[in-house]
Design a protein around this ligand. Structure first.
Ligand code: SF4
Length: 464
């Protein structure tokens, strides 16, 4: 039976601060609150669509509704003075240039590219920077296709928010797939390419094919897995089911799998409600029928999903729908982080409580994990040693591969929300990786390190 035969197609309608007045559901909200939403959206990206508005947000629970918090800018996301400043500029009808320059000043104070993305992750070829790519861990390269640097709705906490606010200098994007193919041929340590953004599945299928098919034809280097990072199953599931090129997209997925590659759909799934609609279920089913694997990941975010019940319910639903719980992340130190942040202690409590409520099949999930400058650092536990509490931390990815799976300790701190707020345990002055990261930053030695591991892999392959 066709799993989507009863689904009625929907036409995508984009809504932002420019046409916010078209959102009838906002009529019951005070004009002052709407003016503040507009003021924040001059600084941080705001975009939503008719599916999110009509089928995901519970308008009887505004402003607390988690999907409303997920997609609509909230006044507290800006510092009070910054909010007043934007509010006043808009109220007095200030020229666009004045609004833009005030917004830019505020944006630059919001740490637009955290965790060394600009200075440490961007690879080079013959000393030319390869724009639109990141290579932080040996086995995985990120590629940012130019036309995919947007989303069907913007998450208010998005750590890639800088991509969406016109800060061109800070934009990762490339439309040259040949550069990626060449890079993969030369970097045989790479097994996975992650197409990311933005959201690559906002691209039409013809455009997406332009990026994917050269990889299928060339099979460069040791590429084995094509990952696509996306929130489309949550924000616009019609993309996979009833949109005019949905069938073509599904055929492209099938072709990837038939070509011998793993296709991993890295589904950014924030809240269990995103999995409840018939169209979302139909979308996940169609994706899985192609042979693709769906892995689910999300940050834990105050006001949106900071509750163990929510996570347990979400992981259970994911497994029921055939998707694999993969990561609970800690929100990165960027953008309106102060509004969304959760102490590491609380994140660990929520993770543990949720983990205890679910069966083994849900426990494929890892977390809470910080994608920090030195690597992905897991809060693995809280240990009591000599009557003192310590965070037990573990690298699950490392800028230096030798750090992977290494455990280290940090002093217990109830307020800390990110790795760089932690102090090493047992009287150490620095964490063991600090010196290396400092050196990498100062001398940009990261490329040499990658070459070293590429060479080792080469030797290993030849000897095997
Ligand atoms: S879907 Fe991902 S890239 Fe798009 S706004 Fe949300 S967090 Fe950002």
């Amino acid at each position: 039976m066709n799993c989507h035969q009863n689904i009625i197609p929907k036409n995508y309608e984009l809504l932002s601060h420019k046409n916010i007045n078209k959102i009838g559901q906002l009529n019951n909200i005070s004009s002052d609150f709407i003016a503040k939403i507009k003021a924040v959206s001059m600084v941080l990206p705001f975009r939503v669509n008719n599916y999110v508005i009509e089928e995901l947000i519970d308008w009887d629970d505004i402003p607390h509704d988690p999907i409303f918090q997920l997609t609509f800018p909230q006044p507290e996301m800006l510092d009070g003075l910054d909010l007043d400043r934007m509010h006043r500029l808009l109220n007095r009808g200030a020229p666009k240039e004045n609004i833009a320059s005030a917004a830019l000043e505020i944006q630059m104070n919001l740490n637009p590219h955290p965790a060394g993305q600009m200075d440490l992750n961007v690879p080079a070829e013959n000393e030319n920077i390869l724009n639109g790519m990141q290579h932080k861990y040996p086995e995985t390269v990120l590629f940012f296709p130019s036309q995919g640097q947007t989303c069907h709705a913007f998450c208010t906490y998005c750590f890639r928010w800088a991509q969406f606010v016109g800060l061109d200098k800070l934009k990762f994007a490339s439309n040259d797939i040949n550069v990626l193919v060449r890079y993969l041929r030369e970097h045989i340590e790479v097994t996975d390419v992650l197409f990311t953004g933005g959201d690559p599945l906002t691209m039409g299928t013809t455009t997406l094919r332009h990026y994917i098919e050269p990889l299928l034809a060339e099979k460069p280097g040791n590429l084995a897995t094509i990952r696509i990072g996306t929130k489309v199953p949550a924000y616009w599931p019609y993309r996979f089911v009833t949109d005019k090129d949905a069938d073509e997209l599904i055929r492209l997925f099938e072709k990837i799998v038939e070509s011998g590659f793993q296709l991993a759909i890295m589904f950014h799934c924030t809240h269990p409600r995103e999995l409840d609609t018939p169209i979302a279920k139909a979308a996940l089913k169609r994706i899985q029928n192609t042979g693709a694997i769906i892995r689910c990941q999300s940050p834990i975010i105050k006001h949106v999903n900071d509750d163990a019940e929510i996570w347990a319910e979400m992981w259970k639903k994911q497994v029921t729908l055939g998707a694999i719980p993969y990561y609970m992340f800690i929100g990165r130190d960027t953008g309106p982080k102060d509004y969304f942040k959760i102490p590491l202690v609380k994140a660990h409590q929520i993770f543990s409580e949720a983990y205890r409520k679910v069966s083994g099949l849900c426990r494929t999930v890892r977390g809470p994990s910080m994608s920090a400058t030195p690597g992905k650092v897991l809060i693995d536990g809280i240990a009591e040693i000599n009557n003192k509490k310590h965070f037990c931390l573990k690298f699950i990815q490392g800028r230096n591969p030798e750090w992977v799976n290494r455990i280290f300790f940090a002093r217990y701190d109830e307020k800390a929300t990110w790795l760089d707020e932690l102090e090493p345990s047992f009287g150490e002055k620095k964490f063991f990786f600090d010196k290396t990261i400092k050196k990498m930053k100062a001398e940009k030695k990261v490329l040499k390190l990658k070459k070293k591991y590429s060479l080792r892999e080469d030797i290993h392959t030849k000897c095997a």
